[in-house]
Design a protein around this ligand. Structure first.
Ligand code: FES
Ligand SMILES: [Fe+2]
Length: 335
């Protein structure tokens, strides 16, 4: 019998807000237009002729065509395939080809969502109430650095919600039992600062150079974007971006973009092996995520990581209703 038969698999919650990965920057070429789905809704993703990427709500304000299916880039504007209306970079209607006296501008606008390109990633900002970005994600000095590899990219789709995935970061005991890491990990730091959460976990690893102390230092910038620095003594090091994109309720994409340190460590091949290890570990997590329950009041034991501290931090991304109500249209898309 279920422990709490009335409990849903996940507590019902709207999508959290934050920066999330739309795609890799090199997957969107100038003049590309395509549909994109996330947060249970449709968008159109496009790159204008000058090279700037844009994410708009999908549906044309005229008669509702999906701009991602047949829309065309005209210079810095996006043109609807149905009746040829055009939209500028802010989503304002900039032309109605058959109606020279038409009323243009913001009253016919489509919502334009904030997009940034950073570290080879295309990131979008999502907020269910349309609030403007309240924090930033970091530039990674290791990305493009000659002492580090290029990205190895890995993608999973899982039947879960963002919080279940990121809770892994503080769940120090599962590293040993699920992933087979030699020693039991110790959480050395779990420090929330507003939307940022900094977690440091200490491990001991068996390596060709003997037993070595190492750490996994993770910084979450909001719910969907984390950087993870995984180092073993002076032997090996990797850095990866852990990006979670909610697609629909209970369906998420997880992307890892991993860099191996090849200079300044004793065994660069072990850095490359650590990349494989990180991918292997997530592949072991996915079946757990796909089937587990979320207990609101879990039965924790001494020795478990700071799961409830993580959850207290995570809660802020659902409490957006209290925080003022500037809509994206007011912020980005009006005349
Ligand atoms: S539906 Fe887009 S121009 Fe008519
Ligand atoms: Fe894990």
């Amino acid at each position: 019998m279920d422990r709490f038969p009335h409990e849903p698999r996940f507590p019902h919650e709207p999508y959290a807000f934050g920066w999330y990965q739309i795609d890799y920057a090199d997957q969107l070429k100038p003049n590309d237009v395509r549909p994109f789905r996330a947060f249970g809704r449709e968008f159109v993703l496009w790159r204008d002729g000058e090279g700037t990427a844009h994410l708009f709500d999908a549906y044309c304000p005229h008669l509702g065509a999906h701009l991602g299916h047949g829309g065309r880039v005209q210079g810095t504007e996006l043109q609807c395939p149905f009746h040829g209306w055009r939209f500028d970079q802010a989503g304002r209607c900039s032309g109605i080809p058959y109606s020279p006296d038409a009323r243009l501008g913001g009253s016919r606008a489509v919502t334009a969502w904030p997009v940034v390109e950073q570290n080879g990633l295309l990131l979008g900002w999502w907020h269910p109430e349309g609030q403007a970005p309240g924090f930033e994600t970091p530039v990674l000095p290791e990305y493009g650095h000659r002492g580090w590899s290029r990205y190895r990219r890995h993608h999973w789709r899982a039947s879960t919600v963002w919080q279940e995935i990121q809770e892994n970061i503080v769940d120090s005991t599962h590293f040993h039992y699920l992933h087979g890491v030699d020693s039991l990990a110790v959480v050395d730091r779990c420090q929330p600062t507003g939307p940022v959460l900094d977690v440091n976990i200490l491990h001991r690893f068996r390596t060709p150079a003997g037993l070595q102390d190492g750490y996994i230092q993770t910084t979450l910038y909001g719910p969907f974007f984390a950087t993870v620095r995984f180092r073993i003594g002076d032997v090996a090091e990797i850095l990866f971006v852990d990006a979670v994109t909610p697609i629909d309720d209970g369906i998420v994409d997880v992307r890892f973009s991993l860099l191996a340190r090849l200079e300044g460590v004793r065994i660069p091949d072990m850095s490359l092996a650590l990349v494989d290890e990180a991918i292997k570990q997530v592949s072991e997590d996915v079946p757990i995520w796909n089937h587990k329950m979320h207990w609101a009041t879990p039965s924790l034991a001494p020795g478990d990581g700071p799961v409830m501290k993580f959850r207290a931090w995570a809660k802020q991304f659902r409490n957006y209703k209290d925080a003022g109500n500037t809509t994206l249209n007011e912020q980005f898309a009006t005349v």
